[in-house]
Design a protein around this ligand. Structure first.
Ligand SMILES: Nc1ncnc2c1ncn2[C@@H]1O[C@H](COP(=O)(O)OP(=O)(O)O)[C@@H](O)[C@H]1O
Ligand SMILES: [Mg+2]
Length: 355
């Protein structure tokens, strides 16, 4: 089994004045058997980081260690890692069995053992009935499972996944997420999974690493990241719709924002310029004239179980998520909002860090 240590890892592409630094000193510890998801917007350096762990990309600075052994100069084939990509490129002329067996044949594993390992992986992935088919005779989801099978049969110390579900439709993605969870529960192999999709990250991760522009914004469990976002970036990237962020001036339990003074349910952490964060589901919406913050309703969206209410607090855009069985407010009307003290998040407008 394996742990992974990233110590101040830096990546620059190119040299001299034209060099482009894309990873700026990333440090993280992934413990043995853990499933960690790296999540962040497209272009933030996720694939680059994963490829450096795999050894497919050179490290410009810092150190990567696997189970305590620094692997900066270790060949990919010596790292005991298997990687699953978005574009899983199966050999079209080979059967499912041969696709899964190929790497083992190259490694000269005895045939009886190859058969045993492929059969076991096919059992886990429910591919046993398809072993003699060619990839073109499979659905997209089945092909993705063959790609995972190819990784499993190698019995690696570490699985690396780079957006393996991106080519699947929404339903299949949800199903494959569950399969990956089950796979990890069964095999317990240390896994690093990269995605730009925050739902995928929240549902799969034991811990997540939220990245932005080549830097780590926060590392934590999905619960911790959702309920205690470390920065405004995390607050708006994790959760959909994003956390409402209101820029204003605090003075005791008064907060002035967008030309509107809001009474707070508890005093602000300090006076002066602050950003107040409130999740859409953490605000009560009253239509019966109760006291609260006046929200002018601009639009509604019915999502099935819930309804999104878009409006303005003074000039600030604000989203509320309500139970769809409640009578919807009228567009153009004004409702009143209330929040409880434990649901207020505060950020420093200069550093964008949580206070
Ligand atoms: N081979 C390369 N040469 C130069 N720049 C690259 C190369 N690969 C990636 N980049 C740049 O590095 C940044 C991070 O890319 P990448 O790790 O692929 O992001 P992500 O996987 O998060 O979408 C991007 O700005 C990308 O353009
Ligand atoms: Mg990528």
């Amino acid at each position: 089994m394996a742990s992974i240590s990233l110590r101040n890892v830096v990546k620059r592409y190119g040299h001299g004045p034209k060099a482009n630094q894309v990873v700026h000193g990333v440090s993280a510890e992934i413990t043995d058997g853990e499933f960690v998801v790296i999540v962040g917007p497209s272009g933030c350096g996720k694939s680059t980081l994963l490829r450096m762990v795999a050894g497919l990309e050179e490290i410009t600075g810092g150190e990567i260690a696997i189970s305590g052994r620094v692997v900066n100069d270790t060949e990919p084939s010596e790292r005991d890692i298997a990687m699953v990509f978005q574009n899983y490129a199966l050999y079209p002329h080979m059967t499912v069995f041969d696709n899964m067996a190929y790497g083992l044949k190259i490694a000269k594993v005895p045939l009886a053992e190859i058969k045993q390992r492929v059969d076991k992986a096919a059992g886990i992935l429910e591919l046993a009935p398809y072993l003699q088919r060619k990839p073109r005779e499979l659905s997209g989801g089945q092909r993705q499972r063959v790609a995972m099978g190819r990784a499993i049969v190698r019995q690696p110390q570490v699985f690396l996944f780079d957006e393996p579900l991106s080519n699947l439709d929404a339903k299949l993605r949800a199903q494959t997420r569950l399969e990956i969870q089950k796979l990890h529960a069964d095999l317990g192999v240390t896994s690093l999974f990269v995605t730009h999709d925050q739902v995928e990250a929240m549902t799969l991760a034991q811990r997540m690493i939220v990245m932005n522009a080549g830097r780590i914004e926060q590392i934590g469990t999905p619960d911790a990241v959702y309920h205690h976002p470390a920065t405004t970036f995390v607050a708006s990237f994790i959760g959909s719709p994003p956390m409402n962020l209101i820029h204003g001036q605090a003075d005791g339990s008064r907060f002035t924002a967008g030309g509107q003074t809001l009474a707070l349910p508890t005093a602000a952490p300090r006076a002066g310029a602050l950003i107040l964060g409130l999740r859409p589901e953490h605000t009560d919406l009253n239509q019966n004239g109760a006291a609260g913050w006046p929200l002018k309703v601009e639009a509604l969206e019915m999502l099935g179980a819930e309804r999104l209410v878009y409006g303005r607090l003074g000039e600030t855009l604000f989203t509320v998520r309500v139970d769809a069985t409640l009578v919807p407010p009228k567009v153009g009307g004004t409702v009143s909002l209330q929040a409880t003290p434990e649901h207020l998040h505060w950020f420093d407008p200069t550093t964008q860090h949580r206070i």
